[in-house]
Design a protein around this ligand. Structure first.
Ligand code: TYD
Length: 130
């Protein structure tokens, strides 16, 4: 199920700290991490689903929207806090837009990169089993 996960936040006057670890705050083991940065104003990223891959997206800095589709409903998540992770199960269409200046999105995945796991055509995605 697509869900916002409230990550631990250790509040400290020296600066706050959040964390996640395998199978604890997130429902999978981490195999890969990538991040998106230096996004020019007005650009979009994503626009695909994964057949099997699970992912967690965190706005480490700045803000952006993640627009997700589960095959039936579209939902927009405005990400602007570094202690929330948006969990996307397999078979979730997503794109990202409205990146603020200097925004930084962190993507944590249960899979190594595999182009064959992508569905890049929205109609194909809708026809896929949900
Ligand atoms: P892609 O996931 O298609 O990004 P977007 O959906 O935002 O366009 O990735 C863009 C390119 O980067 C694509 O050629 C594949 C490559 N890539 C890797 O080689 N390894 C990775 O872990 C990721 C996420 C992308």
């Amino acid at each position: 199920m697509i869900q916002l996960i409230n990550l631990p936040k250790i509040i400290d006057k020296r600066g706050n700290l959040s964390f996640l670890q395998n199978n604890d705050q997130i429902p999978f083991e981490i195999k890969r991490v990538f991040w998106i940065y230096d996004v020019p104003g007005g650009e979009k990223r994503g626009g695909h689903a994964y057949k099997t891959q699970k992912e967690l997206i965190i706005a480490l800095s700045g803000s952006f929207d993640v627009v997700v589709h589960d095959g039936k409903t579209e939902t927009r998540y405005h990400m602007n806090r570094s202690y929330y992770g948006l969990y996307l199960p397999p078979n979730t269409w997503r794109h990202m837009e409205n990146f603020s200046t200097n925004s930084l999105s962190l993507h944590i995945s249960d899979s190594i990169f595999n182009e064959k796991d992508y569905i890049r055509d929205f109609q194909h995605f809708l026809n896929y089993e949900h």
